[in-house]
Design a protein around this ligand. Structure first.
Ligand code: FE2
Ligand code: FE2
Length: 271
């Protein structure tokens, strides 16, 4: 059976994937994780997110294949991601402070200090899990998810088409699962008495909603893929989308179980 090479087929595949509706953020809201669990989760999430921002050689690879429209659309996404790292660190430190009920991150503008604190939390909570990389504090699953984006170093034609599928899956997940999920657990849950108007939550304000960066990224990624899809490129793009979704769902699974276990520990301690 052959599948019609259309963007809609890939969009449907991404929407139907377990990653797209993973319950981790709802669980975060109900578990109300303590500051160590909050810091540990943010350490893994921020390292993964950081790996997805640089374009590396990807826009140039598209350009050298004379795929100028797709190259331009990808370059726009890359440029709009600049400087998001410091804002994510500020938000993570702020939420951790609220979870702790104390200024455990005294300077939220000190990205390096906040990120060092997040890693320390990760080492404490997740450091004994199999495959944990002590030097970076990354779970093996996160390292694997990061490696999908390291393919952007390559200018090989097949990898470049895979990278377009990965880019669409990334932007759909960011726009429709990750950013809305962060809004659910960080704002809507009421756990942190945080609002989108708080200066420290600017990262989420910038990414969330119809006027947010992720909505535009998703449109760009759809158009970039639509411009190049044919019988030859379609299976490669599907493969790129699948590699992203499979690696990220493994990340959510391990973080979700750590989150749920941390909640159980809190209950046991409080009995
Ligand atoms: Fe961003
Ligand atoms: Fe994005």
């Amino acid at each position: 059976m052959s599948t019609t090479p259309s963007v809609q087929t890939i969009v449907n595949y991404i929407r139907d994937h377990r990653c797209f509706s993973h319950p981790i953020f709802e669980h975060w809201s109900t578990v109300a994780p303590g500051p160590t669990a909050v810091g540990a989760l943010f350490h893994q999430i921020q390292n993964f997110c950081a790996s997805t921002r640089p374009g590396r050689n990807f826009p140039e690879a598209l350009g050298s294949l004379k795929l100028d429209t797709s190259s331009h659309l990808l370059q726009e996404i890359v440029e709009s991601e600049e400087n998001h790292g410091p804002e994510l660190a500020t938000m993570a430190g702020y939420i951790m402070n609220r979870a702790a009920g104390a200024p455990v991150n005294p300077d939220l503008d000190d990205q390096a200090a906040v990120e060092a604190k997040l890693k320390q939390c990760s080492d404490d909570l997740l450091g004994s899990l199999p495959g944990y990389i002590q030097s970076s504090g990354l779970l093996q699953q996160v390292q694997t998810a990061i490696e999908v984006f390291e393919r952007r170093e390559s200018t090989a034609e097949e990898i470049t088409y895979k990278n377009l599928g990965t880019a669409l899956a990334l932007e759909m997940i960011s726009n429709r699962h990750l950013i809305p999920g962060e809004k659910i657990c960080l704002i809507d849950s009421g756990l942190y008495e945080a609002t989108l108007e708080d200066a420290e939550m600017h990262y989420l304000l910038e990414h969330w909603g119809e006027a947010g960066a992720e909505e535009q990224h998703e449109k760009n990624a759809v158009a970039a893929l639509d411009a190049i899809l044919d019988e030859r490129t379609f299976p490669l793009a599907m493969e790129g989308a699948r590699d992203f979704l499979e690696s990220l769902v493994a990340v959510w699974d391990v973080l979700d179980s750590a989150l749920l276990a941390s909640g159980q520990r809190r209950e046991l301690v409080s009995v």
